[in-house]
Design a protein around this ligand. Sequence first.
Ligand code: ATP
Length: 314
Amino acid sequence: MSDGAVECRDVVVRYGDTTAVGGVSLTVPRGRVLALLGHNGAGKTSLLQVCEGFRRADGGCCRVLGLDPIADHDALMPRIGIMLQSGGVYPWATAGEILRLFASFSANPIAPDMLVERLGLHKVVRTRFRRLSGGEQQRLSLAIALVGRPELVFLDEPTAGMDTEARHTTWELIEELRADGVSVLLTTHLLDEAERLADDVVIMRSGVVAATGTPGELTAAAGIDLLEVRANAGLVPDASLAHLKLTETSPGEYAVAGALDTAAIAEVLAWFARAGAQVTAVNTRRRTLEDVYLSLTAGEKAGAKAGEKAKVTR
Ligand SMILES: Nc1ncnc2c1ncn2[C@@H]1O[C@H](COP(=O)(O)OP(=O)(O)OP(=O)(O)O)[C@@H](O)[C@H]1O
């Protein structure tokens, strides 16, 4: 294995007859942010739990900061920060007490007051955890993950339930972590979050890796750009354009998705001219990570078995 902050090789997680993770390999290079994407039930949290040492893999292996997450648990814990999707704290303690407790586990913590201020928790510092709103609990969980100045942070859907301001603060904090050389493995359902934060992206589908790369590689490798044309409604493309699959997406709005070069764009516009159409707008755009994600996970349904690899061509 190389010297990544996280190294997973062929990790398998089973719950009885259900294979949640069907042999996943990934590397989080040191000082980089890796976003793990995938539909509900794709296996992201299960994989994270193996990396965090909360669950033993049923197959494969995982090294975190060069250590075994279960055998070396005590040595690893002070070096990593973990933000769980929910729970993990005593519900009767106040936000301030919980944060100070976690700070006391570290030899060189960030000042809790600083994190309280930064994450807008000052108004609820004396509120018991169980009385915090969902977004406040999320912010406190993030503060807990960061207070020990970890070398590596696991963030499971860090901004789920947060308001816009807290989400932006969280993004800034993650960017600051990376600037400080901290490695981050996060899961998210927010494609704009992944596009903004991630150096590397792994897309999971039914327990296996469907695609991996930087956001730029994924959008470019998919080779899919979009040509949008506005013209008269109701034009029906003839056979000469069949290979480009021009469709009328709404009355008078036409689109072609595919690996479009200049010749293909010219071909489409020439057809509009031949059809006697009045073209009033032409727009091209590169597909976003969200477009790529949707095309990779299209047709994903609950209950699909792990190991059914998506048909991905890169
Ligand atoms: N403790 C458990 N016992 C049985 N099945 C489980 C358990 N935890 C997870 N699963 C199942 O394993 C699969 C993967 O779940 P997991 O929570 O890892 O997915 P996820 O990608 O994190 O989903 P989400 O985006 O909804 O959080 C799902 O089918 C889920 O129902």
